[in-house]
Ligand binder design. Structure first.
Ligand code: CO
Ligand code: CO
Length: 303
């Protein structure tokens, strides 16, 4: 149902009228210094693509590339972080594969089920939908500041807490409200993934900068120009699709292109359902921010 021709967060294969399989993999180099947290973040990030499709993951495999000289206790901490995160998600890690590589890489192959009529995809937004985000942005600048030894401890902990949080409840919330258009915010940043959704859904997205949430250190690191290379790639690639308010200064603009690791879900929901969604999110202790809305037209406008 979803594959290479219409790339989405995961591949989807129909098994029957009632059931489809959702399949995805993701792995990356360490984003933090602590192996346990790195494992947990990598696992949460891999499972996120299953959640982004409106599915629930149930089975996974470890994928790891590790240097020869890596102490075994570091490897076991990475895997323990991944295993405990999978357990929190209700996912069984049934095996995996490890190869040697100079730089460590870790993630999961993950699989879930979804009803073929209830898939959440990048192309499912409708004009009039309000846009909801479930995690703050700024993971890229904060982890880059960490790498440059310029990050404050409290900001690192905040970023780790958000990056290792599962999108499980956010996905359950979206499914409960019949959401059809959504994705998770990762390497292309908010505007990159928003641009993909706008194009796939054939709508324009109008975002209000003042409503967009950021991690507490993000603004400060952005003002110092501490951005990962990916932020500049994203800007170059997605700028043609985006109209940014002239009132936004350079750091604010760049923050919207900041690549995220294990970011939140971005999804659309009819405005009439928003009060009920907000009430339910509160009940589930799921953070949500309303960033703007989808309209007829093309591209992204940030005011
Ligand atoms: Co994704
Ligand atoms: Co992915």
């Amino acid at each position: 149902m979803i594959g290479i021709e219409s790339p989405d967060d995961a591949a989807v294969w129909r098994l029957s009228d009632e059931q489809a399989i959702v399949l995805t993999t993701d792995f990356f180099t360490p984003v933090v210094d602590t192996p346990y947290e790195y494992g947990a973040i990598a696992a949460a990030n891999s499972l996120s693509d299953v959640y982004a499709m409106g599915s629930k993951p149930f089975l996974a495999l470890n994928v790891a590339a590790l240097p020869d000289h890596l102490p075994p206790e570091i490897l076991s901490e990475i895997l323990r972080g991944g295993a405990e995160k999978a357990q929190e998600a209700g996912v069984v890690v049934a095996g995996g594969h490890t190869v040697k590589d100079k730089e460590p890489k870790y993630g999961l192959v993950a699989i879930g089920f979804v009803h073929p009529q209830k898939i959440i995809s990048k192309g499912g937004l409708k004009a009039g939908d309000v846009l909801v985000l479930t995690k703050p942005l700024g993971a890229g600048v904060t982890t880059t500041a960490l790498k440059q030894e310029k990050a404050e401890e409290v900001h690192i902990h905040e970023a780790i807490r958000w990056m290792s949080a599962l999108n499980k409840t956010a996905s359950a919330l979206a499914v409960e409200f019949g959401v059809r258009g959504g994705t998770d915010i990762t390497g292309f940043g908010l505007l990159g993934h928003a641009a993909e959704m706008a194009e796939a859904s054939r709508v324009s997205l109008h975002l209000e900068f003042s409503q967009i949430p950021f991690l507490n250190g993000a603004r400060r690191y952005a003002e110092k120009g501490i951005f990962p290379g990916g932020a500049f790639d994203n800007k170059r690639h997605f700028e043609p699709f985006v109209k940014l308010s002239a009132n936004l200064d350079e750091p604010s603009q760049m923050l919207l292109f900041d690549p995220q690791t294990s970011g939140g879900l971005l999804f659309g929901i009819g405005r009439d359902k928003l009060p009920a969604l907000e009430a339910r999110a509160k009940e589930l202790q799921q953070a949500i921010w309303v960033l703007g809305e989808a309209r007829d037209g093309k591209g992204i406008v940030v005011g």
